[in-house]
Write a protein that binds this ligand. Structure first.
Ligand SMILES: [Zn+2]
Ligand SMILES: [Zn+2]
Length: 257
């Protein structure tokens, strides 16, 4: 049995849905909790199973709101919780994110310019630029630039011979093949149904996610980031036509990698 586990904190694509959080995941091994995106509503789901102080590190694939909106809430949690289990200023949470994250996230948090001048969030977070290979806790993490309207990364997360590949948000691009190749589990965004008028460089269809899984010869494909206005069954049917074992993830579910 694998000792790497993926838990879905939220999987609603582009915006939260009714009772459904936007994108956020936990990847767990050796008792280490790696957060992977922290979209709207995911901090609530996280609290069903863990103390947010249990996070060992956080990766943000990109800085669209549906992937990082709850960062402000996590900031409040770490700054103002009345009974933190450790000295937060001495145990800053490592955050791996696109290079403009410290400035961008501080601006999203501070209500005015005066507070912004004294609020760079480095009192409770330790920011690292996400790009290329890095070790995070027990995981080898490879961040690969993908094709999206803002700087965005897919990530391969490996431990003990098992690999999870996560597309983040992306349109079809060559780097996705490098990302997916041979992964035990491909967590693939599938935002919309396949149609010729879809704009390039934004998202994958169910068909494109399934095709990526087949080309990459992955073990399993889990579909995520289906938008609330999209027909989930149509997305799944498209993906299964290309990769018969394709599944849609569910909020709160845990998967062995
Ligand atoms: Zn998104
Ligand atoms: Zn996005």
């Amino acid at each position: 049995m694998s000792d790497v586990r993926l838990t879905i904190l939220g999987c609603s694509g582009s915006v939260p849905g009714p009772g459904k959080a936007a994108s956020g995941y936990l990847v767990e091994a050796e008792g280490f909790l790696l957060g992977l995106d922290l979209g709207n509503g995911t901090l609530a789901e996280l609290q069903h199973r863990h103390d947010p102080f249990d996070l060992g590190a956080l990766v943000l694939s990109h800085l669209h709101p549906d992937h990082c909106s709850d960062f402000g809430a996590l900031t409040v949690w770490r700054r103002y919780h009345p009974n933190p289990p450790f000295d937060v200023s001495e145990h800053k949470l490592p955050v791996y994110a696109p290079k403009n994250a410290p400035e961008r996230l501080a601006k999203a948090y501070a209500p005015n310019d005066a507070e912004l001048a004294e609020t760079d969030l480095s009192d409770v977070f330790a920011f690292h630029v996400l790009n290329g290979p890095t070790r995070i806790g027990p995981f080898e993490v490879q961040a690969i630039l993908v094709d999206h309207p803002t700087e965005a990364f897919g990530v391969r997360i490996s431990h003990g011979g098992r690999t999870l590949a996560y597309t983040g948000d992306t349109g079809p691009c060559d780097s996705l093949d490098e990302l997916a190749r041979g992964a035990d589990v491909l967590l693939a965004e599938a935002t919309w149904t396949d149609a010729p008028e879809r704009p390039a460089g934004v998202h994958l269809s169910g068909k494109q996610a399934g095709t990526l899984a087949r080309r990459g010869d992955v073990g399993r494909v889990l579909l995520t980031h289906v938008a609330p206005w999209t027909d989930r069954v149509a997305i799944l049917d498209e993906a299964m036509a290309e990769f018969p074992g394709a599944r849609l993830v569910e909020q709160g579910a845990t998967y062995e990698i």
